[in-house]
Design a protein around this ligand. Structure first.
Ligand code: BDR
Ligand code: CA
Length: 321
């Protein structure tokens, strides 16, 4: 019985695709739609990938095309060396049926779907937060109508990591810091799954091989697309495996008890050398901080039971095979 009606806002992206497979296979998730955003690749490529993923793993789930660029500047150069030129590890996937694209822009799709299911929809956002900011601008009332918002983004330095694309910033937030600051300041229930926990949760080569061998067609797909990502992780961080970025946001939604969180308002730095840095004022901190005070508290993930998260991913993928 599905417990979570989800709009998945994503820039696929290898780990985005792995998170989509996870959601499509988990019985407690009811995917209401997939909205694309620029980020790991151009909007044309991420939308194509979202359509491909929906048609292969979540047939019937609508896909709406989202923002091509951040709120206040031009689109960044795509990260081909991380996710492949095609965004999915360069494994030569067939073209999806582009005629199936929803006619609405992503932010409008979000607004109308939230209005149609008041109090029921979770926004699960794992790319730049431009579509969510545009949805809030279109209808600020959705902040009171969503059930909750879970994002993969940011880094709070809990274990010394403040960024992955600059020393101060995580990629999704860095791509559109203005949008991220708007999303963190909206009056909705927001949880942030950042590098503090995704770097603690590593899918090793052996783990991915086990999914390949035991997870049927979805498991083989996860293996195929993750070859490129695994090479990138080894070359950049010398780790033998891949960080569990976007699927950690899914795991948090399904099993929040596997995470330790810290409450408090969050601001995003929007200019200067620390652009994209995420800074929380913990609720337990009793100093005046006018730039934070008065903004809603967010739940920032500061700890994780990594083996249990990995087990949840593996058992979900292997359950139906
Ligand atoms: C985030 O950046 C992207 O490359 C990944 O898909 C993930 O959403 C990690 O910083
Ligand atoms: Ca992503």
């Amino acid at each position: 019985m599905p417990l979570h009606k989800v709009i998945y806002d994503t820039d696929p992206g290898i780990d985005d695709a792995m998170a989509l497979v996870f959601q499509a296979l988990h019985p407690e998730i009811d995917l209401l739609g997939i909205t694309s955003v620029f980020g790991n690749a151009t909007i044309d490529t991420t939308t194509r990938n979202a359509l491909y993923l929906a048609q292969r793993f979540a047939p019937g789930v609508p896909v709406a095309r989202g923002a091509a660029a951040p709120l206040q500047c031009a689109a960044p150069v795509p990260l081909g060396w991380i996710h492949g030129d095609d965004g999915l590890g360069n494994i030569e996937l067939p073209e999806p049926d582009h005629g199936k694209l929803d006619a609405r822009p992503a932010h409008r799709f979000i607004v109308e779907t939230v209005r149609a299911h008041p109090g029921e929809v979770t926004l699960l956002a794992v790319g730049p937060l431009t579509n969510l900011a545009l949805a809030l601008a279109d209808d600020p009332g959705i902040a009171h109508r969503v059930k909750e918002v879970v994002i993969m983004g940011g880094a709070f330095g809990i274990r010394g990591v403040l960024g992955n694309v600059t020393p101060a910033a995580e990629a999704n937030v860095h791509c559109d810091p203005e949008a991220a600051d708007i999303v963190c300041g909206a009056p909705w229930k927001l949880s942030i799954v950042g590098l503090d926990v995704t770097h603690e949760t590593v899918m090793t080569n052996a783990f991915l091989a086990s999914i390949r061998d035991r997870g049927g067609e979805p498991g083989r797909f996860v293996w195929d697309i993750s070859r490129h990502y695994e090479r990138f992780h080894f070359e950049s961080d010398r780790i033998e495996g891949i960080y569990a970025h976007d699927y950690s946001a899914v795991a948090y939604l399904l099993a929040p008890h596997l995470y330790e969180t810290r409450s408090g308002p969050v601001r995003v730095v929007t200019s200067g050398i620390a652009t994209g840095q995420t800074i929380q004022k913990p609720s337990a901190m009793h100093v005046d901080a006018p730039d934070w005070d008065g903004r809603p508290a967010c739940a920032v993930c500061v700890g994780v039971d990594a083996p249990a998260v990995l087990n949840l991913y593996e058992s979900t993928l292997c359950a139906g095979a």
